[in-house]
Design a binder for this molecule. Structure first.
Ligand code: NAD
Length: 448
């Protein structure tokens, strides 16, 4: 690890990554790499997670290509120094913010969108002029192997290097003199990363998880809400950090909503989702077992079937759930949707505010005053009114959590900014000097 980090640090110091032309060329290469390796990527995603070609292409490859395109379009602007105003005390000087790369960045990725969540931060780090060490998840080993092969083919290891392995490898990487750590994963591991980083005061971005609520109020367009919730929840078999974790539904529309969700589950995944060859599997046996244990919570109103051999769990809706049930204790991260019922929106706001700040929140309802009340009264990373997941696909919206769901942002310009140090510069004039700041000047003391 030490050798890789030192090689990257030396290479960075040589200045290769500084110019706009170089960064642009690397982004273009990365796009080309995704095209060349499209088939191996899709095969690996099928093998590790049984992701369908359509879902894998849309949520991993197409997402990254569009992120690269956005960076290519904006990079020149983002790299420009930002001129700032100055007070009278600075008369004669020029003041600006220089955009400086941090140096050598470590990106630690999870397994659920193992290509997208590994490479999206790399795009930002490269655009900002850093060198990168990427640590993919060991839970999707075929994808991890493909990532290593393709990066090796396109980039020297002194610039971008993939280091495969589990938590021991990550711990060893965290002992190195890195300049930035970008972590995507669970809350408990996020705390370990931050603790480690604090020993060297390495800045971190933590993209974490948690329980993201979806609220369906009595004035919602119920059928459309059902369709969008089913899509957001069961895409990737619920293994999405911003998937609706649980549902709060107003008692007046609950029966209609559940009926509509059942209809859309059948429409999207068929009468027998476990036999659908395109339905994503649970990542491994231990997560399969963890999720299967949740099926004892509440009353199963849709789904509930499991296939241990294929490690698949059918899209499931649980009714009559309370906060005391096992399914409500931790982030679910699987295709199980618990339903809580409410009478007053105030109760919902209070109950969500008693818990850690969610990564995402979705509100379905037409009344704009109530929409604003929810947005104003609950703190959460980001989300949608009358939709799910869609905020993540807009490169103009920074993506990230707040409180326990994470710190820092990325996507689009937020990625560039995350991996850039803002160096504040005052370029002073030598044509004249102002005496007021020097000892003996009464005006100077007044200004200070
Ligand atoms: P995880 O925290 O178990 O693992 C993430 C990475 O950390 C992996 O590369 C793993 O090898 C490494 N790791 C695991 N234990 C470690 C340890 N003790 N020390 C150092 N490194 C360690 O997370 P996961 O299971 O891969 O992913 C699921 C979690 O990630 C969920 O909580 C989900 O919400 C969250 N997530 C968040 C986002 C986001 O953008 N906010 C995206 C995807 C997933």
């Amino acid at each position: 690890m030490h050798t890789i980090v030192q090689a990257q640090k030396s290479w960075f110091q040589e200045g290769h990554t500084r110019s706009y032309a170089f960064r642009r060329e690397q982004l273009q290469k990365m796009k080309q790499m995704l095209t060349t390796f499209e088939k191996p990527i899709l095969n690996a995603l099928k093998f590790d997670l049984n992701k369908s070609e359509y879902e894998a292409y849309a949520s991993e490859i197409a997402f990254l290509k569009s992120e690269i395109d956005h960076h290519l379009k904006q990079l020149k602007n983002w790299m420009q120094p930002t001129k700032v105003k100055a007070p009278l005390t600075h008369t004669g000087s020029k003041n600006y913010i220089k955009k400086e790369p941090f140096g050598t960045v470590l990106v630690i990725a999870p397994w659920n969108y193992p290509i997208q969540l590994a490479l999206a931060p790399v795009i930002g780090a490269v655009a900002a002029g850093n060198t990168v060490i990427l640590k993919p998840s060991e839970l999707t080993p075929t994808v991890s192997w493909v990532l290593k092969k393709m990066v090796e083919q396109y980039f020297p290891s002194s610039y971008i290097s993939v280091v495969e392995g589990d938590k021991d490898v990550t711990q060893e990487l965290l002992d190195q003199p890195l300049d930035y750590i970008f972590f995507t994963g669970s809350v408990p591991v996020g705390k370990i990363i931050m603790e480690k980083a604090s020993q060297r005061l390495i800045p971190v971005t933590l993209e974490l998880g948690g329980k993201s609520p979806t609220i369906v109020h009595k004035d919602a367009s119920v059928d459309l809400a059902a369709k969008r919730i089913v899509w957001g929840k069961f895409t990737n078999a619920g293994q999405t950090c911003i998937a609706p974790d649980y549902l709060y539904v107003h008692h007046e529309v609950k029966a209609d909503l559940i009926r509509s969700m059942k209809k859309y589950i059948q429409e999207f995944y068929g009468e027998h989702p476990l036999k659908n060859p395109d339905y994503t599997k649970i990542v491994n046996a231990s997560h399969f077992e963890r999720l299967s244990n949740y099926l004892t919570s509440g009353t199963t109103v849709v789904g509930g079937a499991v296939d241990e051999r294929q490690e698949k769990i059918a899209p499931t809706i649980l009714d009559q759930v309370t906060w005391a049930d096992p399914v409500m204790q931790d982030e679910i991260f699987g295709p199980i949707l618990p339903v809580l019922t409410y009478d007053e929106l105030d109760e919902v706001v209070e109950q969500i505010n008693e818990r850690p700040k969610p990564l995402a929140l979705y509100y379905f309802g037409e009344n704009e005053i109530e929409q604003q009340q929810v947005l104003n009264r609950i703190s959460f990373g980001g989300g949608c009114i009358n939709d799910t997941l869609y905020h993540i696909i807009n490169p103009h919206l920074p993506f990230g959590g707040v409180g326990e769901s994470g710190m820092g942002h990325y996507h689009g310009q937020a990625s560039f900014d995350t991996f850039t140090h803002q160096k504040s510069i005052t370029k002073q004039t030598t044509k004249f000097d102002q005496s007021f700041r020097y000892p003996g000047s009464s005006l100077g003391l007044a200004i200070m």
